[in-house]
Design a protein around this ligand. Structure first.
Ligand SMILES: CNc1ncnc2c1ncn2[C@@H]1O[C@H](COP(=O)(O)OP(=O)(O)OP(=O)(O)O)[C@@H](O)[C@H]1O
Length: 139
């Protein structure tokens, strides 16, 4: 969609979420990562005005991977310094939650959109750990 974006995509049948993250990374930029080196740092939920769907997104980070990011049919990878992250050419929610990620926080965020450009309301909550977040969520 002509936006800079993290690597990712939809979870396939009979696949765990973390497996999907590793698979998409490989498919979209030819990078190999071990599941055990991926860290789940955030849980995001997106809703869109007038649409019944809730998009459930998990964010994983890693500093350990093998290979060099390569262009594929799906992505043209590019490195940016933290100061130069091109937020204006990214999803509007990214500039709201990237600062948490860049400070190594764990967090939950929800964002309600009108169309794909306007956020009508949102909430971001920091959590001690994602384990604590999921444990509280179930009760
Ligand atoms: C609404 N605000 C948003 N803010 C930040 N990131 C967003 C996002 N909405 C989607 N993303 C991410 O964008 C990638 C493609 O998502 P999405 O279009 O669902 O998947 P994609 O078509 O690539 O999936 P397949 O490769 O076909 O499985 C994927 O990393 C997904 O997490």
């Amino acid at each position: 969609m002509n936006k800079w974006n993290g690597f990712g995509g939809k979870v396939e049948a009979r696949e765990t979420i973390i497996d999907a993250a590793a698979r998409e990374l490989k498919e979209e930029c030819c990078i190999d990562v071990k599941i055990s080196d991926l860290k789940n740092i955030a849980h995001l939920e997106f809703t869109f005005e007038g649409e019944p769907l809730l998009m459930d997104v998990r964010v994983f980070t890693t500093n350990i991977f093998e290979g060099t990011p390569k262009e594929t049919e799906e992505m043209l990878p590019k490195w940016y310094t933290v100061e130069d992250i091109p937020f204006n050419d990214m999803w509007p929610d990214d500039k709201l939650w990237f600062p948490y990620m860049l400070k190594n926080k764990n967090f939950y965020g929800r964002f309600h959109y009108k169309g794909y450009d306007k956020i009508l309301n949102y909430k971001i909550e920091e959590h001690e750990s994602m384990e604590a977040f999921y444990a509280n969520r179930k009760s």
